[in-house]
Design a protein around this ligand. Structure first.
Ligand SMILES: Cc1ncc(COP(=O)(O)O)c(C=O)c1O
Length: 283
């Protein structure tokens, strides 16, 4: 990664030092988004920008970010970096101000930072499915905000890694909420089920897209939380995220899910998902 977008200017990475007084650095006082690039084109950019604005609003941050300007800047960034299959990362912090806990003056400009980098689709994992690890959900009660405060998610993902799993699935009491960096779905009797939107999960852009694909394919959906036992006895499980798309889960801890191979509903949704971004086959 050679280039960084800082506010509205693309600069060489070496010229974009972070000020110690940036509130993102001091407090994690900011928000972020990750957008997929397929063939150099951002996928589902608008809903990501809408969610960015919503996160800002919920945190009382200035949200005077213009969609058209942002889209143009991000396109230029991806082009300048020469990224085809990859991601755009963007974050907005509450700005640079002497370290006080309360909000700085309302007219302080927010700091937008973004970069583009290559990231292949996880082709083998998408074919074979992955293992996930269960952890208690120790996060705050505003998981609907895509905040830079990711300590519990980082801790959960590290535990998953230590158990050779791709992702950590979190549960509050007995109920499964979502992954550390993904939403989780189960399939039982041909029906798809996932945690409802609200303060306990992030409203994933991929989640919403997959729900619309279910509707299109006439797969019935139940947006209702499920228990750990229901998860373990499901026919199929999959997780969704911008980077990992529709990722089959074939093992949860020591428990094998279904036949131990990605199931037909998951495969169907994977195919529809690929069609929807135009399946860039050159990779
Ligand atoms: C906690 C959490 N849930 C769900 C998701 C999936 O969201 P999306 O599909 O918008 O990438 C993410 C993505 O990073 C996440 O961090």
């Amino acid at each position: 990664m050679k280039w960084i977008l800082r506010n509205q200017t693309i600069l060489p990475r070496g010229e974009t030092a972070v000020d110690i007084d940036d509130r993102g650095y001091q407090f994690g006082d900011g928000i972020y988004e990750v957008v997929r690039l397929y063939g150099g084109e951002p996928f589902l950019m608008r809903p990501h920008l809408d969610r960015l604005r919503r996160s800002a609003h919920e945190l009382g941050m200035r949200a005077d970010l213009d969609n058209g300007v942002l889209e143009e800047n991000f396109r230029q960034l991806a082009e300048k970096e020469g990224v085809s299959t990859g991601i755009l990362y963007m974050q907005v912090t509450r700005g640079v101000y002497q370290r006080v806990q309360e909000f700085p003056p309302a007219d302080l400009p927010v700091q937008l930072t973004a970069y583009a980098k290559p990231m292949e689709r996880p082709a083998e994992a998408l074919r074979q499915g992955v293992a996930v690890w269960l952890v208690p959900d120790i996060r705050w009660l505003r998981c609907d905000i895509k905040s830079l405060n990711l300590i519990p998610n980082v801790m959960a993902r590290q535990q998953a890694k230590e158990h050779n799993c791709l992702e950590a699935l979190q549960h509050r009491g007995d109920m499964v909420t979502e992954g550390a960096f993904s939403n989780v779905f189960l399939v039982s009797g041909g029906k798809v089920r996932t945690h409802p939107e609200g303060n306990l999960i992030l409203s994933g852009i991929t989640r919403a897209h997959v729900l619309s694909l279910c509707e299109q394919a006439k797969i019935s959906v139940d947006e209702r939380a499920f228990s750990v036992n229901e998860l373990l006895s499901a026919d199929e499980v999959f997780i969704t995220s911008t980077s990992n798309e529709v990722m089959p889960v074939v093992r949860v801890g020591d428990a094998v899910i279904g036949t131990g191979e990605p199931g037909p509903v998951t495969r169907n949704l994977q195919g529809l998902y690929e069609e929807s971004f135009g399946m860039v086959t050159k990779n």
